[in-house]
Design a protein around this ligand. Structure first.
Ligand code: ADP
Ligand code: MG
Length: 275
């Protein structure tokens, strides 16, 4: 059975008298270890699809099974558990705490999961090493390039040991070389057995995936497997990275972004947390 199984999922947003059909009877099955790029113009329903797959939003109709379990039948606690153990989220704007070390940013989901400090620290360090930031544990996001910030965000997604990474336009704020670096990293994670679903506008980025799903007006209009382009060799010929930091971190010590995105970065809020 597919790890992710959407059966005629529709999503209607109601705004006053207006109905927006963000997804229209989308059926999609993604097997464990697939690397899928979701493409489509702005407003075609890509983020809605990712939010439903990520259990951040509920479908209006249809059935969603994640790892064989019907998501709508799970209670809050079960849903939080499934989300924490199965899914990791990465966003275009990184959603990191700006004046908090990389290590502390990556530890945060484990704090909320109640993991003891020593284990948290070890796992966060390991996750940062896995994304190539083992030498930058104490750096703050506002001291890092956009690509480094996105690596911290990927480490944060990995630290809970998810089976699936959901990334909504993860290269949207990055220059082309840095985008290739991030795609090389996703390919490595894919080779290590993680299922990757990633939204992108750019055909150059989608070329690194093994399957491309195209959405238009809430429908899946094309779904094709392809031979993925290996990203690592492209780094040999890619132009150097631009040095500007394009990340959307702030100096307030709070997370950037809001709504499902920010909630997804920290899927389980601690009791009484102010974040
Ligand atoms: P994409 O990510 O492909 O740009 P979205 O999934 O964000 O598209 O949006 C699909 C459609 O649903 C758009 O018309 C958008 O305006 C609408 N939409 C998305 N989220 C909401 C919301 N929370 N409330 C109302 N309409 C929404
Ligand atoms: Mg979107």
């Amino acid at each position: 059975m597919a790890l992710i199984d959407l059966d005629k999922i529709s999503k209607v947003y109601r705004m006053g008298d207006m109905e927006v059909h963000a997804m229209r009877e989308v059926s999609l099955a993604v097997e464990e270890r697939e690397f899928v790029a979701v493409m489509g113009s702005s407003g075609s329903g890509k983020s809605t699809l990712m939010n439903i797959i990520g259990c951040l939003d509920r479908p209006s109709s249809g059935i969603y099974r994640l790892d064989g379990r019907e998501v709508s039948r799970l209670d809050r606690k079960e849903l939080a558990h499934v989300r924490n153990r199965t899914l990791g989220f990465v966003f275009q704007s990184f959603n990191l705490l700006a004046r908090t070390s990389a290590l502390d940013n990556v530890e945060l989901p484990l704090v909320y999961a109640g993991v003891p400090a020593r284990e948290r620290h070890a796992r966060a360090k390991q996750a940062l090493e896995r994304v190539g930031l083992g030498q930058r544990l104490d750096h703050h996001p506002n001291q890092m390039s956009g690509g480094q910030q996105q690596r911290v965000a990927i480490a944060r997604a990995l630290v809970s040991g998810p089976r699936v990474i959901l990334a909504d336009e993860p290269t949207g704020n990055l220059d082309s070389r840095t985008s290739i670096e991030i795609m090389a990293l996703f390919q490595e994670l894919g080779a290590a057995g993680i299922t990757v679903l990633l939204v992108t506008h750019e055909p150059d980025v989608a070329a690194y995936a093994a399957r491309v799903v195209v959405m238009r007006d809430g429908h899946v209009v094309s779904d094709a497997r392809q031979a993925p382009r290996p990203a690592a060799p492209d780094l040999l010929t890619a132009p150097p990275a631009t040095t500007t930091t394009t990340g959307n971190t702030t100096n307030t010590g709070t997370t950037t972004g809001s709504g499902p995105a920010a909630a997804g970065a920290l899927p389980v809020a601690p009791k009484g947390a102010s974040a």
